[in-house]
Design a protein around this ligand. Structure first.
Ligand code: SF4
Ligand code: SF4
Length: 406
């Protein structure tokens, strides 16, 4: 495992961090047997940074509780760094901060948090409104008692707001979305440089863009890879590109099966002596151009927008729509295969609500989306796109037939 030094404490942090957000779960409850196996393997192989949040899981600490139980069962609290986040959307007073933090210590079965972030900061006012109700006093109190070691914020807003927030407090750390597609949005490469100039640690989230950079690539991208001399896997290309960026302390990967975990550990262990070549960097530039053109909705599948009261499965619908454009060559009888998936889901074959037309525009989801997507508007676009297909006009009839059959 490669290690980097924490900017403020000098402690050795594994370059690969374990992101618990994508652990396999049912109704917000983590599959603890699988998660225990994964965490045990990760820790045994040198991973020492584990990231969770109050929001993950059921929105009120279920992911933290699972992580806390597992860390306790593995008796490894002192050999790992625990990272969690304040859900700022439900904090309205200094007392709320206190209550949430104490709750989080209980959830994680610990007396201190190594990395504590204000979660999902999108704009300058997200921090100033917390400062107005006592954030700085809260931070100073917890740090003086040794209950918070490093404090920072996870960020999805503009570079300008990032710069302004850095001026508000002497933050120890920041958590940024960064990957080879997203290097010029949000805080971006410039934000990483700025944080380093201020002697902050930089932790990275979404290194694989919700899996987009890890899986099967569209034909046009695969052709570029095949024509190049690159022999790395897609995951290695994406992680390696970040690892070679100066100033990165730790990269969080949401690893939810053993194969994925082993691959990520192996890549991270070997990478220092094997950085990306100039040709591979040029390949990444070309791949980026194609993916930015084909991937229509910048959804990372984080699930923060869920559940929708109307039962719309927002991330799945966006994935289907993106796949329609990314894999437009995949056709059945000359028709894009995602049209069949969409129609099948609407008809109730899967029992999941993939019907974009169910959105009633209540707006509940939009403020939760870290990518600041106009979700209702995008759902209208998706609905229109499938309505225009040859299949859509038959959906009401097919729905009625299915109702009778089921
Ligand atoms: S705006 Fe639409 S998708 Fe969003 S929560 Fe409301 S009904 Fe669901
Ligand atoms: S729409 Fe936004 S909140 Fe919902 S899964 Fe996608 S990125 Fe996350």
């Amino acid at each position: 495992m490669e290690y980097r030094f924490d900017a403020r404490t000098g402690r050795k942090v594994s370059l690969l961090g374990f992101g618990a957000m994508r652990l396999k779960s049912t109704a917000g409850n983590v599959d603890k047997d699988l998660a225990t196996d994964l965490l045990r393997y990760a820790i045994d192989n040198g991973v020492n940074y584990i990231d969770t949040a109050y929001l993950y899981g059921n929105g009120s600490g279920s992911n933290e509780r699972a992580v806390g139980e597992i860390i306790e069962s593995l008796a490894c609290r002192d050999s790992v760094f625990l990272s969690t986040k304040m859900n700022r959307l439900v904090v309205h007073s200094r007392e709320d901060m206190e209550d949430m933090f104490n709750n989080q210590l209980d959830n994680l079965r610990t007396s201190y948090i190594d990395y504590y972030f204000i979660h999902n900061v999108i704009g300058f006012s997200d921090i100033t409104s917390l400062i107005d109700i006592g954030l700085i006093d809260f931070i100073e109190d917890k740090k003086s008692k040794g209950q918070i070691i490093n404090v920072g914020f996870s960020f999805h807003g503009s570079f300008d707001d990032f710069r302004k927030i850095l001026d508000l407090y002497d933050w120890d750390v920041t958590l940024l979305q960064y990957n080879y597609l997203d290097c010029n949005i949000q805080a971006g490469s410039e934000g990483i440089r700025l944080a380093c100039d201020r002697n902050m640690s930089v932790v990275i989230m979404e290194p694989l863009k919700g899996g987009l950079l890890a899986g099967t690539m569209p034909g046009e991208v695969q052709a570029l890879i095949d024509d190049s001399s690159c022999e790395r896997s897609n995951v290695e290309l994406a992680l390696g590109w970040i690892y070679d960026t100066p100033g990165i302390t730790c990269v969080l990967s949401g690893m939810n099966d053993m194969e994925m975990l082993r691959e990520n550990i192996s890549i991270t262990s070997d990478h220092e002596s094997n950085p990306l070549s100039d040709d591979e960097l040029l390949l990444v530039d070309d791949v980026r151009d194609v993916l930015l053109r084909l991937n229509k909705i910048s959804c990372t599948g984080c699930n923060y927008c869920m559940p929708c009261p109307s039962g719309v499965n927002i991330p799945d619908i966006f994935k289907l729509y993106n796949d329609k454009h990314l894999f437009s060559d995949n056709k059945i009888f000359g028709i894009n295969q995602t049209l069949f998936s969409y129609a099948g889901n609407i008809m109730g074959f899967t029992g999941q609500a993939h019907d974009a037309s169910l959105c009633v525009d209540c707006g509940l989801c939009t403020s939760k989306c870290p990518q600041q997507l106009d979700i209702p508007d995008l759902l209208r676009m998706v609905d229109k796109s499938y309505h225009a297909s040859l299949i859509r006009p038959f959906i009401p009839v097919l729905k009625r037939i299915m109702k009778r059959v089921l």
